[in-house]
Design a protein around this ligand. Structure first.
Ligand code: NAP
Length: 313
């Protein structure tokens, strides 16, 4: 398979790069000075594109690569891939479900604890020497809080399982009520937000879910409510979130993702009720290795004409 051209537009993971280089002719687009020129010259050689949460395959890239057969995403979310165009052109799409579920769910619980118990702020309190001047103030209990989950899929379910161990009642919203689930279902996000203490976004980013967290939802969650976003930045109307936090209309937020990553609204930097992470939901050595192996497995299956391991399209 050494002659098969695989395009990686941005650096993603050194293990993945190494494994791709062992098997394919890997084009690392970020190392090339004149990208448009390079793409033009090598368009006929590229049969696969590697995507992730910040770089996928839009209509322009797909049109520029006439021999493209497969987009293998190094992520479970495929919001950066033009799925409609891929379907039209018969281009296969794969992602990395399941292997990252536990890490993302762990991180969601970590964010809940960090926001309610002010873990980051109290760490800064110790480091700055302020403890010598008096004790840190009281915070908010996590155990027993009602957790509302938007998108009770693989990750949403794993968050629910973990939150249940903290005696948190679970409720959820998704497009349809799950038959085999005992948690309380709300047909709208506003109703879910009005009836939970902590609202977690864990659904895929689609046209339907863009700004699923808007002013009305934030107001329903209220000044004691906490928003956790481990989905995608555009799920949240960020300017509404920032003003609600600055004005104290929302109790707190734990964010792993943002609308224009790596840009993060600076108004949030001074708020102690906000925990900001740099999109690290699946970022452990173990999980990124498993995700890379799945990308490789899908590419090998495709080029050996075997069934794909985790097909989306
Ligand atoms: P999944 O198993 O497909 O679950 C998605 C859930 O969202 C399903 O229960 C689905 O239920 C629900 N959903 C879909 N459209 C919806 C809508 N319009 N409104 C409400 N609910 C909707 O996906 P997953 O593996 O759990 O991953 C979920 C997302 O997490 C990914 O798409 C990705 O964007 C994000 N993620 C983030 C990180 C990170 O680093 N922060 C890492 C991994 C994944 P219905 O079909 O019944 O609506």
């Amino acid at each position: 398979m050494e002659s098969i051209g695989v395009l990686m537009p941005i650096p993603m993971n050194s293990y993945l790069e190494g494994e791709l280089e062992k098997r394919f002719n890997l084009f690392k687009l970020w190392t090339v000075p004149h990208k448009a020129q390079f793409l033009k010259e090598n368009a006929d050689s590229v049969r696969a594109v590697i995507g992730n949460s910040s770089s996928g395959a839009d209509a322009d890239l797909i049109d520029a690569l006439p021999k493209l057969e497969i987009v293998a995403s190094f992520s479970v979310g495929i919001d950066k891939v033009d799925l409609k165009k891929c379907k039209e052109k018969g281009i296969r799409v794969t992602n990395t479900p399941d292997v990252l579920t536990e890490d993302v769910a762990d991180l969601a619980i970590g964010l809940m604890l960090a926001v309610l118990r002010r873990l980051c702020e109290s760490d800064r309190f110790v480091r700055s020497g302020k403890w010598k001047m008096g004790d840190y103030k009281l915070t908010t209990k996590f155990t027993g809080k009602t957790v509302g989950i938007i998108g009770l899929g693989r990750i949403g379910q794993a968050i629910a399982t973990r939150a249940e161990a903290f005696n948190c009642p679970i409720s959820y919203h998704s497009r349809s009520q799950k038959a085999d689930v005992k948690h309380k279902y709300y047909p709208t996000v506003v109703e879910l937000a009005a009836n939970c203490d902590i609202l977690v976004v864990a659904c895929p980013l689609t046209e339907e879910t863009r700004h699923i967290i808007n002013r009305e939802v934030i107001d329903a969650l209220g000044p004691k409510g906490v928003l956790i976003n481990i989905g995608r930045g555009p799920h949240v109307d960020e300017s509404e979130l920032v003003s609600a936090l600055v004005e104290g209309r929302l109790g707190g937020a734990g964010l792993d993702v943002y609308q224009n990553e790596p840009e993060v609204p600076e108004e949030l930097f001074g708020l102690e009720n906000v925990v900001l992470l740099p999109h690290v939901g699946s970022a452990t050595v173990e999980t990124r290795t498993a995700m890379a192996d799945l990308v490789i497995g899908n590419l090998e299956a495709h080029f050996l004409k075997k069934p794909l391991l985790t097909p989306v399209v």
